[in-house]
Write a protein that binds this ligand. Sequence first.
Ligand code: AP5
Length: 213
Amino acid sequence: MNIVLFGAPGAGKGTQSTMLVEKLGFVQISTGDIFRRAIKNKTDLGLKAKEFMDQGKLVPDELTIQLVDEVLVGLKGQSFILDGFPRTMPQALALEDILKKRDLVINKAIFLEVPKDQLVARLSGRRVCKGCGAVYHIDSKPSKSEGVCDLCSSEVVQRSDDQAEVIITRLKTYEENTSPLREYFRGKGKYFELDGALNADQVFKNLKQILSS
Ligand code: AP5
């Protein structure tokens, strides 16, 4: 079972993907995480991606598609989640070619629906561990000791693109580029919708139902 998990910034894609990895053995492919690792390691890809991510804009399709093409090698036989890809129509169309080439299929595209005011609250309150990447929230999921990761004791910080003005651009970018993919997947007969405003455990319960339907 291979899925696309999509939705606005802060909809909970990363949170649900982590649960799918831990509880059901999925492989998570998050383009955002890959870009952030590349930035941390100061690679060419990271340098190119950083200028777009810092502004809340999308990394150009050409770079992103090439990245996913490389990452999808050797996944046959494993269940994977595409978390945050595709995000534009050109990416969706390129994905069709990549999947065909690698003899892979996407079985379901699952959209996480969350009202805008909740998205803003989630993004502005999100904190992430600099070491292991664990995700927290100052209100709904604080670390036990402020600024320190429960799992690896590294520093917990705010993501640079979770600043208020960047959040506004990210949400606008999402509306313009990614929201139309709902119709694209609906047309493919693979579209499923989840109420992402419920608590994370309830969303996961409903997600599992979709996976087994
Ligand atoms: P990416 O990292 O993918 O960011 P995003 O899509 O903006 O999504 P987020 O990671 O912000 O949110 P999420 O949905 O994973 O929510 P999370 O689970 O963390 O991309 C970053 C950037 O990389 C992009 O802006 C772009 O520049 C570039 N990029 C990436 N992919 C690209 C592509 N395909 N093409 C071009 N550019 C690309 O949850 C958020 C918070 O809410 C957390 O604090 C969490 O604890 C909390 N939370 C989660 N679920 C719940 C719940 N059910 N109830 C209450 N709180 C919850």
